[in-house]
Design a binder for this molecule. Structure first.
Ligand code: C5P
Length: 310
């Protein structure tokens, strides 16, 4: 009997993203505050009798998604996740993976990382490998800097490459508007633009430190204070590569957003609203202005990778 397991994992926004100078391994030291939002990647894994690994991808209906933009070859992070679980536990059978995408592709919201986190959990369950949470975290960390956060969810401080996590205290829900773009931005290209601007003396780089204003706004559930404290060192580089994102930020602020920021390495712009109603009003304004691809709304924090059925 094939064992089928369905797992969903959330996308994220970065409430703070402070980036230090490039390390020798190519990564940059980060201090970041992640918040998972209620947009999910859903991965269904079905164990096979033979050794094949297969993958199909479709888009959730709320997403102006071209599934063709997702790589289906061995570079796909969900496939790499399945291979990593098989290798770690000496599994010789293959797996069928089906991904239903609800997080923008190449949008700076960790959609690919959420696929990987969901695939790690789904494969571990489908093959019944008996992995502990710590082992799942380790496999996720090897797959990418944002993957462990997609496993854990909620709100967390990320240090190192972003994969050394500690939970952050929060109060209540925050209401986000996510404005996507038809054209994605490559994360390595945005970090490379940061490196270029530092080398050219256009910006200085400091040791990244946690922003207490973000942490106290989260703890108080104070959306206004959080909106004022949002910061992202990758926003400048993302705007240099995609100057039209400035129009999205301006349009969100025109609609009275409490704050608006490029999410991670972009190009998705995250705007913070006072309430769900206000989020819908900002979304309507961004849609009317024609500055975004799709405009979504989602609350955060949201839970991490969760088994839905299996
Ligand atoms: O770990 P992940 O594959 O998601 O990272 C993608 C790319 O983003 C890396 O290859 C690197 O160029 C950049 N990155 C970085 N510093 C980090 C995280 C990511 O330079 N802390």
């Amino acid at each position: 009997m094939p064992r089928t397991v369905t797992v969903r994992a959330p996308g994220k926004v970065n409430l703070q993203l402070a980036v230090g100078a490039r390390r020798e391994d190519g990564y940059h030291p980060l201090v970041t505050v992640f918040q998972a939002v209620a947009l999910y990647e859903t991965v269904t894994a079905t164990a096979r009798d033979d050794e094949r690994f297969t993958l199909t991808v479709s888009g959730a209906s709320n997403l102006a998604l071209d599934p063709d933009t997702v790589p289906l070859d061995e570079s796909n992070l969900a496939l790499r996740a399945a291979r990593a679980v098989a290798e770690r536990y000496g599994i010789s059978e293959g797996i069928d993976l089906q991904i239903l995408k609800g997080v923008p592709v190449a949008g700076g919201m960790a959609g690919g990382s959420a696929d990987a986190a969901a695939a790690v959990v789904a494969c571990a369950e489908a093959w019944d490998v008996g992995a502990s949470r710590e082992e799942l975290h380790r496999i996720c960390a090897e797959l990418g800097a944002d993957v462990p956060f997609c496993l854990h969810g909620h709100t967390a401080v990320g240090l190192g490459r972003g994969d050394e996590l500690s939970p952050a205290m929060t109060h209540g829900q925050f209401h986000w508007v996510l404005a996507t773009q038809a054209e994605g931005l490559s994360t390595p290209a945005v970090f490379a633009e940061l490196d270029r601007s530092i080398a050219a003396g256009e910006r200085t780089v400091a040791e990244p430190t946690i922003d207490d204003a973000v942490m106290s706004a989260l703890m108080a559930g104070d959306a206004k204070a959080l909106g004022a404290a949002l910061s992202n060192d990758l926003q400048g580089p993302a705007l240099a590569l995609a100057p039209h994102l400035r129009d999205v930020l301006d349009a969100a602020l025109d609609a009275d957003a409490l704050g608006a920021i490029v999410s991670g390495s972009g190009p998705t712009v995250a705007a913070l609203a006072r309430s769900r109603q206000h989020a819908l009003a900002i979304a309507a304004h961004l849609t009317a202005e024609g500055v975004a691809g799709a405009v979504l709304t989602a609350a955060g924090p949201a839970p991490g990778a969760t088994v839905l059925a299996g």
